[in-house]
Design a protein. Structure first.
Length: 195
């Protein structure tokens, strides 16, 4: 680190002569008379807030899950009635007894799909018109997943399978079952006549 060198006596004398001959670029402003000075401001007090104190999320309801699609029963009920209206009304009211039943409880999608195809085609071969497929309502999945999971995978998948080949040509009408036959956890399937 370099040490600063001080000014010599000759340099100080020269500097004082230069400083005495210099003029200020901006002369000092004249002071305002006392009458024109603004009065001192009072401190600003913030008004009291009318809003109640709150905690974020205090009124939020517990999350119960999402289902972005309308309920399956609503979708099936909105479809046009293809079968005899009187038979459809009796079927929906639970007055018709299914001729065969299939319970898919506890099966995976891979197990249930071939089982459903076999059951429906066999029922048609035997001349049955009304059959019942029980899917169950399903268990709620994990709720911590960022993508909403549907409750009851089989319940949502079975109506889709019934519209696809080879079952689409065999099935005439699908509706949610009456409460006495399983309600939202089961489906009535009305089959076409075998020709």
């Amino acid at each position: 680190m370099r040490r600063r060198r001080g000014l010599t006596e000759e340099e100080r004398e020269l500097w004082s002569r230069v400083a005495a001959s210099a003029q200020a670029m901006h002369p000092a402003r004249p002071e305002m008379p006392a009458a024109l000075t603004p009065p001192p401001r009072e401190p600003v007090v913030a008004p009291k807030s009318l809003a109640k104190a709150f905690r974020v999320g205090e009124k939020a309801r517990p999350r119960t899950g999402h289902d972005l699609a309308p309920p399956i029963g609503e979708g099936l009920a909105a479809l046009p009635v293809v079968m005899d209206r009187k038979a459809h009304r009796n079927m929906v009211r639970g007055k018709l007894e299914p001729e065969a039943k299939l319970d898919l409880h506890g099966m995976t999608l891979a197990q249930a799909h071939p089982e459903l195809i076999h059951f429906v085609l066999t029922a048609q071969d035997r001349g049955h018109r009304l059959i019942l497929v029980i899917t169950g309502k399903g268990k709620p999945g994990r709720d911590d997943d960022p993508v909403p999971q549907r409750m009851g995978v089989l319940r949502h998948q079975v109506p889709h399978w019934l519209r696809l080949p080879p079952l689409g040509a065999v099935v005439m009408q699908v509706t949610e079952a009456h409460l006495k036959h399983g309600g939202a956890g089961a489906y009535y399937i009305y089959l076409r006549r075998l020709r």
